[in-house]
Design a protein around this ligand. Structure first.
Ligand code: AMP
Length: 499
């Protein structure tokens, strides 16, 4: 049995932990980076837990380490969370325990706080303002100061997760109403947060003033009563629920849903710098984020990449799945045929036991296999979304060449990644980012490609904006961060070098 944590069930005063084995999840591929988190909320649905489950299922790509669902029925606020995939944790039996017509849910890969069960979300906290459950996507950057300050005021933290800071700030706020206390607390935290919160009888949804992470609102029309209101990190989650997308929660907006309907306030002035990497890599192509379909952005990235860095070749081949949509755009623009020259095995899970661990490139070979008859004797343009450490690209270029390709040209649908992200994307430190420490020619030599080109920053911005007038955070490509606070550990060596 997996580890599960049960909280707030009638007749059970303290949380129960059931399960066996390690309480942390391990990932099968240490080379691979990980995604961040997905959040959902459901208001006014007779089977809210199951709706949250379906929505989380659609957001599984945003985090595979742990998942949780909290429900409320006006009296109780119960929470179940566990380590693993959504479908592994939430069996029929587990979902049946979660009663109520409101739910919030979370799927996680940790970027702050370790990965233990206690840090899984939603986090449920009994506070002076009543019971609150919170689910958070993003990363706060002024953590240290706030935590020390709160602890001096007597706050007792249950987790090491940054998300609990928000709840503790609410609990310690001098504001008299809950909604004022939430607004108060959100004004004090800096960084990225798309959050959903639930009390016994209300749901809240909010985005940080920069709108780093996406968060959308939708509705299910009920013929005999008030609508079901839903929130999700990405609109692909609405499709499974048959909910209709209504709008994005705006940067700096706090939305409250009660039995009386939806109300909203701008708790802080917006200053949009949405994460452009959501369009490059994270979000699903069937989602609309920041008012633009991800599929459209990626196809435009591919088209622009073809315009900027044409090369004569026989086939355009995507690195699946992350390079597929950009490769379609590249092939259309360059009029070079598109083929699936690499096939991905979708069943490589975290539990796979590698029989020949020491075999070189085994991890990549397990996941990707070349289609030899397509590649042999051909000049190949390989398209991927990004190079971070360079390890994946090097292995894939070698694989394509070994399958008989005469030339391998790598094209990347974003600019070189030169700076870490502090807003919820799990990137390594600057010293590990290959483009932070090498020229493009040096990277080309390392990955052994015949040519290498990246999409320009302007090209990427135009592809992702699509005339919407969106402003983006591009700090991973420029090193210019839109907030004051960033991780000092990464900055100190640079400062020391300058001094
Ligand atoms: P690397 O081998 O470190 O250069 O990683 C590059 C590969 O990781 C590319 O194939 C990307 O699709 C993928 N990737 C980039 N960013 C992330 C991320 N934050 N989470 C998971 N995978 C990523």
């Amino acid at each position: 049995m997996r580890w599960l944590l049960f909280e707030g069930f009638p007749g059970e005063e303290s949380p129960t932990i059931l399960g066996s084995g390690e309480q942390t999840a391990s990932t099968s591929d240490p080379d691979k980076l990980h995604e961040e988190c997905g959040v959902v909320a459901i208001h006014n649905h007779p089977d809210a837990a199951r709706q949250a489950y379906l929505a989380l299922y659609a957001l599984q790509h945003r985090g595979q380490e742990s998942a949780g669902i909290a429900t409320a029925d006006g009296t109780h606020l119960s929470n179940i969370k566990g380590m693993g995939l959504v479908s592994e944790i939430f069996t029929d039996e587990v979902i049946a325990r979660l009663k109520g017509d409101m739910a919030i849910g979370h799927t996680r890969y940790s970027t702050t706080g370790d990965s233990a069960l206690l840090n899984a979300q939603p986090i449920r906290v009994e506070s002076t303002k009543g019971l609150i459950a919170i689910a958070h996507n993003g990363n706060l950057v002024n953590l240290g100061n706030l935590r020390v300050h709160l602890e001096r005021q007597g706050a007792f933290f249950q987790t090491t997760s940054d998300s609990e800071i928000i709840v503790q700030l609410i609990a310690h706020s001098q504001a008299t109403t809950l909604v004022d206390a939430i607004a108060d607390s959100l004004r004090q935290v800096e960084g990225a947060f798309s959050i959903v919160m639930m009390t016994r009888d209300r749901i809240f949804a909010a985005r940080d003033p920069h709108g780093f992470r996406p968060l959308s609102m939708g509705r299910i029309k009920n013929p005999d009563g008030p609508d079901t209101v839903v929130f999700a990190s990405e609109t692909c989650a609405f499709d499974l629920l048959r909910a209709k997308y209504e709008r994005d929660v705006l940067p700096g907006e706090l939305v409250m849903v009660t039995g009386d309907g939806v109300t909203s306030r701008q708790y802080a002035p917006p200053n949009q710098t949405s994460c452009i990497f959501e369009h490059v890599y994270f979000a699903r192509p069937d989602s609309m984020i920041f008012g633009r379909w991800v599929q459209e952005s990626r196809e435009q990235m591919g088209r622009q990449l073809a315009r900027e860095s044409h090369v004569d070749a026989d086939l355009v081949v995507p690195v699946p799945d992350s390079g597929v949509t950009a490769a379609i755009g590249y092939a259309a623009e360059s009029e070079i045929p598109f083929r699936f020259g690499l096939i991905r095995n979708h069943y490589v899970g975290r539990t796979f036991i590698e029989p020949e661990q020491r075999v070189r490139d085994f991890g990549v070979k397990l996941k990707l296999n070349p289609v030899r008859n397509l590649l042999e004797g051909r000049r190949i343009i390989l398209i991927d979304d990004s190079i971070i450490r360079g390890t994946t690209s090097r292995k894939i270029v070698r694989m394509v060449r070994q399958a008989g390709a005469t030339e391998v040209h790598l094209r990347i649908s974003c600019p070189p990644t030169i700076s870490p992200c502090y807003y919820g994307v799990d990137t390594p430190r600057k010293s590990e980012l290959i483009a932070a420490n090498n020229t493009i020619e040096e990277i080309r030599q390392y990955i052994e490609a015949d040519s290498l080109a990246y999409l320009s920053l302007d090209g990427l911005r135009n592809a992702c904006d699509g005339g919407e007038g969106n402003k983006f955070c591009v700090a991973c490509y420029t090193g210019d961060y839109p907030t004051q606070w960033v991780d000092v550990e990464d900055i100190l060596p640079a400062v020391a070098a300058v001094v």
